[in-house]
Unconditional design. Structure first.
Length: 189
């Protein structure tokens, strides 16, 4: 698996080796022990989630506060998404900065997002199936959300060959009413 450290400390893009032939494609998405030592990605994921979204849906920006903070290994099993991580660590030099990349069933790339980042994605294909492994269980009382279009963060929700739906993205009420990072009223240590 090819790994690439990204501009925000702790983020890693993973590109698996793909084996293609006339039947289709095969690749290994994760192997215990192969990434935990060299990249500090934990071997013990405790929960795996699956999300199915229609084009123009934005989910996020989500995180969990300590002591239930989650690291996430994200991949798009079917379709295409723009995946985004925002550094929300209080002591980080890159607090409030974001990184985004396209994950798809075609490129097979994955994004490792450690605890201390908010995560979100936008579905770019008619249907996008997203799977992510988490290092901590979902804990509703620790959940936090940051507004997807926080102007101080300035995420550019654009991608090749995709037009945002007229009237804006499809959002849950929780995501549509989320506070901005500066108005969230908490600090992620």
């Amino acid at each position: 698996m090819e790994t690439q450290a990204l501009p925000l400390s702790g983020l890693v893009k993973l590109t698996p080796r793909q084996f293609r032939d006339d039947r289709g494609v095969f690749w290994e998405t994760w192997r215990r022990g192969s990434l935990d030592k060299q990249l500090d990605i934990p071997a013990d994921f405790v929960q795996e989630n699956l999300s199915i979204s229609k084009a123009g849906t934005i989910r996020g920006l989500h995180f969990q506060r300590n002591p239930y903070a989650q690291g996430k290994l994200i991949r798009c099993a079917s379709g295409r998404i723009m995946d985004v991580a925002v550094d929300i660590r209080a002591s980080s030099m890159t607090r409030g900065q974001w990184y985004g990349c396209e994950l798809s069933d075609e490129n097979g790339c994955q994004l490792w997002i450690p605890a201390g980042f908010a995560h979100g994605f936008m579905a770019l294909s008619d249907q996008a199936v997203v799977e992510y492994r988490c290092t901590a269980f979902y804990h509703p009382e620790s959940e936090g959300t940051i507004r997807w279009n926080d102007s101080e963060i300035g995420i550019e929700w654009s991608a090749r060959e995709f037009t945002m739906p007229q009237g804006g993205p499809f959002l849950s009420s929780k995501d549509a009413n989320a506070p901005t990072l500066s108005n969230a009223g908490w600090s992620f240590a």
